[in-house]
Design a protein around this ligand. Structure first.
Ligand SMILES: [Fe+2]
Ligand SMILES: [Fe+2]
Length: 248
């Protein structure tokens, strides 16, 4: 079941819940002179996402396809988007562009971003944050809409379940339970906890987002700085050195 929710001005969440794995996948569309899609979803999801986008704009006008890291739910149908939207261009870290993305989707070479770099789509200005290994992978980055305060946070604030599209209540406890559940099952090791993890998340929190648009789970609107700092604490508790030592 796919639903569309406006989570901020011009900003739409397209979500498909997959009951077999109790997990939802969100893509975000920012309507602007140059429309931006953040996350494509995997190839299997492409017809669904394409149809949802077509309810909001002409899909052939998608100009930018942003994502955090090279993984199927982030960018699996990037080539399909290049086919239906001939002027579409990936927006990813320079590392992602050089290491994987231009090899995977050579038709339209990606825009390789460096930390702090900004670009405009018309009314909206986006700032790229290079966040190696947050949420995971060397090439990881996050995109912050400085116009609306929406942080496109990828797997940061991931919550399992068929949850509400948007919430004003803290999701910290749900995030913590999801991470603990993952650690106990076949998906253990989902996220790394590296020496730079805490500092990276503090840098993200300092953007003071008003909305944190996660790929999996409810979008959170409220004190985004606090939400990210609480997330950093959850990661430290569940994945940090003390808990790792306890498992040995
Ligand atoms: Fe991921
Ligand atoms: Fe994901």
């Amino acid at each position: 079941m796919t639903n569309i929710t406006e989570i901020a001005p011009d900003t739409y969440r397209i979500n498909t819940y997959v009951p077999e794995i109790d997990l939802g996948f969100s893509q975000f569309l920012v309507k602007d002179e140059e429309p931006l899609l953040f996350h494509t979803g995997g190839k299997a999801l492409f017809p669904i996402v394409h149809e949802a986008v077509s309810k909001l704009i002409d899909p052939s006008t998608v100009r930018w396809v942003g994502f955090s890291h090279f993984e199927a739910d982030e960018c699996g149908s990037l080539n399909e988007w290049h086919q239906v939207a001939p002027n579409s261009t990936g927006v990813v870290s320079m590392v992602g562009k050089l290491v994987s993305v231009d090899d995977f989707a050579p038709k339209n070479p990606a825009k390789g971003m460096i930390d702090g770099e900004e670009f405009s789509t018309g009314k909206h200005t986006f700032r790229f944050l290079q966040t190696p290994h947050v949420p995971h992978n060397w090439e990881a980055g996050l995109l912050f809409d400085t116009t609306t305060g929406v942080l496109f946070s990828s797997d940061v604030l991931h919550q399992n379940g068929d949850v509400e599209p948007l919430t004003f209540d803290s999701v910290t406890e749900r995030v913590k339970k999801t991470l603990i559940d993952f650690q106990a099952g076949p998906l253990a090791g989902y996220l790394p906890y590296a020496v730079e993890t805490d500092a990276t998340l503090r840098r993200v929190a300092a953007q003071k987002p008003t909305t944190v648009a996660t790929m999996h789970g409810s979008v959170y609107t409220g004190d985004g700085e606090r939400a990210i700092l609480e997330y950093a604490e959850v990661l430290r508790e569940v994945l940090g050195a003390a808990s790792q030592a306890a498992r040995i």
